[in-house]
Design a protein around this ligand. Sequence first.
Ligand code: SF4
Ligand code: SF4
Length: 154
Amino acid sequence: MPEKNSSTIDIFNMLSGTEEKAEKPQKSQRQELLEPTGVKELFPEGKISINKYTCIGVQCKLCIKACPTNALYWKTGEVGIIDDLCVYCSACVLSCMVDDCIKITRKREDGKTEKFGKPRDVMVLANSLNAEKRFQRVCDVLQSAEEYCKKYRD
Ligand code: SF4
Ligand code: SF4
């Protein structure tokens, strides 16, 4: 009987591929579609809609050009959405010239829900988030009101 050594190949596992498959986590269809775009998902949940009655459509298409994942496309007379490719980034809302034509609702990791449909809403949201981050940085450095007062009194 031939001796089994460390270089022995298990032909049955190779053919069925069971060993390899069991170790690799399965990717969702969404992850597979997004991977080539290189865009990261920041929001675990979201929803997007486009009002085809207020959309200027064929004369515009700015949202299609702005979308980083190609989630928007032109289909017979209106803008179509591939939901699996939308990461709720807001680039389309920022470029749309019709208020509330594109509406987005998205949920952050911490559970906060954000809704917007106008470029102004996106800017206000970005400013408030930046202000929160700045405040947090100050709190991290100067952990009490006394420390803060001391720093600015000296
Ligand atoms: S929010 Fe708009 S721009 Fe961003 S991925 Fe979705 S469709 Fe594209
Ligand atoms: S940017 Fe707004 S108005 Fe222009 S095609 Fe897109 S949804 Fe329609």
